[in-house]
Design a protein around this ligand. Sequence first.
Ligand code: ZN
Length: 166
Amino acid sequence: MLLKAFLRSFLLMTIIAVFMGLGTLALFHSFIGGFILAYVIQVLGGYVWNTYLERKEHNFAQTISNEIDSQIGKLTTPLELSCAYCNIVNKIQFALGDTTHFKCVSCNQPNKIYVQFTTVRITSPITTNLETGEVDMDQEPKEDNMRQTTINEPISVTSEAPPAKV
Ligand SMILES: [Zn+2]
């Protein structure tokens, strides 16, 4: 497909060069001068045109990219956060990667927003007895740092090594 397009433009360039060569042959008695000149002009013109198209395409892609970044920055989530000083609830519009602080509407103190991601189980714990369906919390796997957390009993992070296996 690419070869076909190349051959077609090569043929077209040659036809134009032949006509230009015939033109210079009639005017200046030189076929090859006009023929070569036509080729040079077409190759240079093609290069300039392609460069222009590439730049235009690049600028368009850049504009789209900037627009997407801008729109993502505008996406906000309404949050109700308690002030770290007076505990009064503040309603803020939170934008990920943009909103990091807010000033309390009550005490006017600056609060920093601390975002934390955590996990909760959505299926039965690994230690569930498949026959009774009961969960033995004492049998939670402790070795190899494999721990299961619950939303009711958050784990406490310690720097100590996990207890040795008995
Ligand atoms: Zn406050």
